[in-house]
Design a protein around this ligand. Structure first.
Ligand SMILES: Cc1ncc(COP(=O)(O)O)c(C=O)c1O
Length: 358
């Protein structure tokens, strides 16, 4: 062993917090030509108005200028019915989580997350050197563990990170429950990540002025079909937003993303139609799984976890061979595979392939 405790020669020793982390490497290639039911993206595409707007508004000269956000903030504020001072634009939800943690969490501070949930909560908390306390979703039902979470919150808690509805369980919780959590965790930053809001309709955005510890994130990666753009928003009271600004790099959202977001919120009808299609497709998926006698967890989002038992990984691999991508989750919920719900036609294709290999 060398003096750096086992690091290969020539490798500079990183911080202990980074050394302790488990590597996280989601697939980043080879997905474009397949039926992508693995990342909960919009499976059809962004509104055509987004591309039209980009074509009409992008100029060579603009590319030379560092991004300016005044117009994007004005249009998004109007869309979300908040003031421009009540949010920051972020490079996806991921940067929202990172900025929130950088603003409020020090080394060894306690951060509470639920498990299983979106991997980036633990990721950024660990990078920051926080102590992560995970509260499990209820075994068997995967229901939101409200009482357990309330019991875990103490004056020591610096942040509570909740996805509502949650990925990968699909479970959500009520506004009333979230308000009780905000009251109990009054000294902590409470993030309610509403990445899948459009599929369930529960939001805390209207409560921003009631809770100084409330932070809400939204993303353009899911229903808006713009995951490649990396745009999101982090909302809070304006006094908090000033500190979020201080802890954020000034140009982390690129100009094309900011333009695209402006166009995306103009086409509410497109979003409404897509959500309606997904909700119909989710019912079709439930029926198809029931016909195959496959257990699943009813979901409030655009994805469903189903029980593949011992065959979770072989089923994922065989579906991939047939051009259909789904996500193995058996490493965190025994036997489970997660499938994104797209259109009814896509669900039919998925069910047909599954039926052949089941
Ligand atoms: C709960 C949740 N939040 C956020 C994200 C990612 O958001 P973004 O692409 O905005 O970083 C995901 C993606 O899977 C998610 O499941």
């Amino acid at each position: 062993m060398d003096k750096h405790g086992g690091l290969p020669p020539g490798v500079l020793e990183p911080r202990q917090a980074v050394l302790r982390m488990a590597p996280y490497s989601p697939p980043t290639g080879g997905r474009a030509d397949k039926l992508r039911l693995d990342f909960n993206e919009n499976t059809v595409g962004a509104s055509p108005r987004v591309i039209e707007f980009l074509k009409a508004n992008l100029t060579e000269a603009q590319l030379t200028v560092y991004p300016e956000y005044t117009e994007a903030k004005r249009d998004l504020a109007a869309h979300f019915k908040v003031d421009a001072e009540d949010f920051i634009l972020t490079n996806g939800t991921d940067e929202a989580i990172q900025v929130l943690i950088n603003t409020y969490v020090d080394d060894n501070d306690e951060v509470i997350t639920l498990a299983p949930s979106y991997a980036m909560y633990r990721f950024y908390a660990e990078v920051a050197g926080a102590r992560v306390r995970e509260i499990p979703y209820r075994p068997g039902t995967l229901a939101f563990p409200f009482d357990e979470l309330m019991a875990a919150i103490t004056p020591e808690t610096r942040a509570v990170l909740i996805a509502n509805p949650n990925n990968p369980t699909g479970s959500g919780t009520s506004r009333v429950n979230l308000e009780q959590i905000l009251e109990k965790a009054s000294d902590a930053a409470v993030l309610v990540d509403e990445a899948y809001y459009e599929f369930c309709g529960v939001t805390l955005l209207p409560l921003l002025n009631d809770y100084p510890n409330l932070f809400v994130s939204r993303t353009f990666s899911k229903v808006y079909g713009m995951a490649a753009m990396r745009v999101g928003c982090l909302f809070s009271q304006s006094g908090n937003v000033e500190f979020l600004h201080k802890a954020q790099s000034p140009y982390s959202v690129n100009m094309v993303g900011a333009l695209a977001a402006r166009a995306a919120v103009q086409d509410g009808e497109y979003i409404y139609k897509y959500v309606t299609e997904v909700l119909a497709a989710r019912e079709l998926l439930y029926v198809g799984l029931e016909e195959l006698n496959i257990d699943y967890y009813p979901s409030q989002a655009n994805f469903v976890l189903f029980q593949a038992g011992e065959r979770a990984i072989p089923i994922r691999d065989e579906l991939r061979r047939r051009g259909v991508l789904v996500r193995d989750r058996s490493y965190e919920i025994a036997g489970c595979v997660r499938v994104t719900v797209g259109t009814r036609e896509q669900v039919r294709r998925f069910l047909a392939e599954l039926k052949e290999i089941w």
